[in-house]
Design a protein around this ligand. Structure first.
Ligand code: APR
Length: 311
């Protein structure tokens, strides 16, 4: 049985950790590409040298040349720069828009039929740009954020209740940012909504910590941002695609009227399988939740317009 091929553009913290997750679980052969010479080759060699000890058999190659990504089943884009002191949000948008659209063009040339999974921030905007600047059908492009935001919320719920993380289900919709939309009545512990188990004040506290989840890690790490949980989240989505698991998860997907939103990518509940985003589920939201989602969508739309003006 031939293994699937996943190419990862960007061999930084997320890209290399995702490579490790994929090969150590024998999920796919990996091609890791970066603009920095030697970096992806070094990481690939190091991971290969660990293989005998870890007892797995997937191939990993490091490269600076897109020809090596040829015929990928999935292309993951993590390339980009982090925001540095003195850099505005728009500066970051401009730089990452250029990096991500170039990476898309080059990957597309060799893997026109792949599914594209976007990780680079600002996530919802970058996912839109990948779709907009390619001929890819919208259901073959998705962004990774909702799985991560939900995983963070699940962790905090498990901490608070002292229960196993395996019994907790979180539900976070919307953009990946301050306006993300955790929905407590759809967050459950063994089927029990957390609204039955925790006070509104405690739930608010957990939601706030989830919204600040990325910033909390940045504060602790001081240099760089989270990568273990982001890599696990991407791996989870990739598994659902490669093995056609039809998992119901939150992905940044292209909306066409769902939730009253149009022409953008935003975190919504999706069924994800071998064809990409196979279905978007429209669940009932309260007026207040709809408003937050609309605000989140407007903020993503504004950034999309700015990013498009740079291209
Ligand atoms: N082509 C290929 N790789 C590139 C390019 C490019 N044009 N430009 C930058 N890169 C590479 C960098 O050389 C670096 O190795 O992208 C990598 C980014 O890695 P990190 O800075 O370590 O960032 P990481 O923590 O992996 O996060 C990647 O995911 O979660 C988001 O906000 C995060 O946008 C960021 C992305």
């Amino acid at each position: 049985n031939k293994l699937a091929k996943v190419s990862i553009i960007g061999a930084g913290n997320v890209g290399r950790t995702l490579s490790q997750r994929l090969i150590e679980r024998n999920l796919a052969d990996v091609c890791l590409l970066d603009i920095v010479e030697g970096l992806p080759q070094g990481i690939a060699l190091d991971l290969t040298e660990a293989q005998g000890l870890q007892s797995h058999h997937c191939e990993i190659m490091g490269t600076n040349n897109y020809v090596d990504t040829k015929d990928s089943d999935i292309v993951v884009i993590t390339a980009g720069v982090a925001r540095k002191p003195g850099m505005s949000r728009d500066d970051l948008l401009k730089i990452n828009a250029k990096i991500v659209t170039e990476a898309t063009q080059k990957s597309l040339y060799y893997s026109p039929n792949a599914i594209y999974l976007i990780v680079t921030n600002p996530l919802d905007v970058m996912t839109y740009l990948v779709w907009k600047t390619s001929d890819l059908p919208y259901d073959r492009v998705m962004g990774m954020a909702g799985v991560l935001d939900s995983a963070r919320l699940e962790t905090f719920i498990a901490f608070e209740l002292g229960v196993s993380i395996h019994d907790v289900q979180g539900m976070v919709l919307g953009g990946h940012g301050d306006l993300m939309l955790p929905i407590p009545r759809y967050c459950t512990v063994s089927g029990i909504p957390i609204t039955e188990l925790l006070s509104p004040e405690t739930i608010d506290k957990l939601i706030q910590r989830t919204r600040d989840g990325g910033a909390e890690i940045v504060r602790l790490l001081k240099t760089g941002s989270a990568y273990f949980a982001p890599a696990s989240s991407a791996c989870y989505m990739i598994e659902s695609i490669l093995f056609n698991q039809s998992r119901l998860l939150t992905a940044a997907a292209y909306v066409q009227g769902e939730y009253g939103l149009n022409d953008l990518f935003l975190g919504v509940p999706c069924r994800v399988g071998s064809n990409g985003v196979e279905q978007i589920l429209e669940i009932k939201l309260t007026t207040e939740e709809r408003e937050i989602l609309q605000r989140s969508a407007r903020s993503v739309r504004d950034s999309i317009d700015i990013a498009l003006s740079f291209l």
